[in-house]
Design a binder for this molecule. Structure first.
Ligand code: F6P
Length: 323
């Protein structure tokens, strides 16, 4: 019988986390379960820093980016002492279940926590990177890619006016999923992502063959790409094709903020609602996700180990459509 749920947001924030928190709190209260929110992710769990979450605590937050619970990448939680302290605090506070909203680092932390306390622990995939297996879209991804294409559309205007090449670096340390979708949606001429190996020679060759009647060119680069990021790619182009007028734009943390899109708010609400139902029905060490409109539960160990694969056809699609 679950009487009290603890919730936290951890790792990089993402738009839609608030909608998910709201769904968890309101669903739990509907079932007469109290909710406490730990602040700054696992840091709050270690320091026993929490707030009680009532209906009104989550009023007016569904449309807001960021996370009202704040977040952190806790180094202390990566050590045994930190995990033990967190487990002890959960026991002392009579917390019967934990819901963790975050990405792969957060779920690795959840796996460690689960070794020291036997309560249901369920995750909601919250990261702009979309790099978890077990859900089509993580909370934050849709908003982030919309932010990116808004920016690229604006850059395209100035690139056209000056006949320039723009190298645009987007987030994604280990995954190129933000880059892939935004390259398609912005009609980019080039895509560089960590999942697809490339060499300078063939890249240069390809660029030299770009249609000359097309005045602007956009290359979307994921920050984790083997090239070393936007500035390195621009350097490489200048060195090999000096006649090209190249500029770089690093979009950075703008991608993590802003009001969540409609799809984000809906998905985050579905995931939060189902996370409460999951802990009530004994699910543990699993992430709640949505695949083909169906709610699915994936063990943390699987969700964090395998990144989503890039659809190779989409790479070809970018080339054909932008030629
Ligand atoms: O994991 C989400 C993410 O935005 C990555 O895309 C990016 O590499 C990283 O976080 C940046 O993290 P921080 O804000 O801690 O520098």
């Amino acid at each position: 019988m679950i009487k009290k749920i603890g919730i936290l947001t951890s790792g990089g924030d993402s738009p839609g986390m608030n909608a998910c928190i709201r769904a968890v709190v309101r669903t739990a209260l509907y079932h007469n379960i109290n909710v406490i929110g730990f602040l700054k992710g696992y840091e709050g769990l270690i320091d026993n820093d929490f707030i009680e979450l009532k209906r009104e605590s989550v009023s007016g937050i569904i449309q807001k980016g960021g996370t009202i619970l704040k977040t952190a990448r806790s180094e202390r939680f990566m050590k045994d002492d930190g995990v033990l302290k967190a487990a002890e605090n959960l026991k002392n506070n009579n917390v019967d279940a934990m819901i963790i909203i975050g990405g792969d680092g957060s779920f690795k932390g959840a796996i460690e926590l689960g070794k020291h306390i036997s309560i249901p622990i369920v995750g909601c995939a919250g990261t702009i990177d979309n790099d978890l297996v077990g859900t089509d879209f993580t909370i934050g991804y849709d908003t982030a890619i919309n932010t990116v294409i808004e920016a690229i559309d604006k850059i395209r205007d100035t690139a056209e006016s000056h006949d320039r090449i723009f190298v645009i670096e987007v987030m994604g340390r280990d995954a190129g999923l933000i880059a892939l979708r935004t390259a398609i949606a912005s009609g980019a001429e080039g895509l560089l992502v960590p999942e697809i190996k490339h060499d300078t020679e063939s890249l240069v060759e390809k660029m030299k063959n770009w249609r000359s009647t097309k005045s602007s060119k956009i290359i979307v680069v994921a920050e984790g790409d083997q090239s070393g990021g936007g500035f390195k790619v621009a350097e490489m182009i200048k060195k090999n094709i000096p006649e090209f007028d190249v500029r770089v734009s690093i979009l950075g943390h703008i991608q993590r903020g802003g009001n969540p899109s409609c799809m984000e708010r809906v998905n985050a609400s579905i995931v939060g609602y189902n996370a409460v139902k999951a802990v009530m029905t004994g699910h543990t060490n699993e992430m709640v996700g949505i695949i083909n409109k169906q709610v699915v539960y994936t063990p943390f160990t699987k969700a964090v180990k395998h990144h989503q694969k890039l659809n190779k056809d989409l790479e070809e699609l970018i080339e054909i459509l932008s030629s």
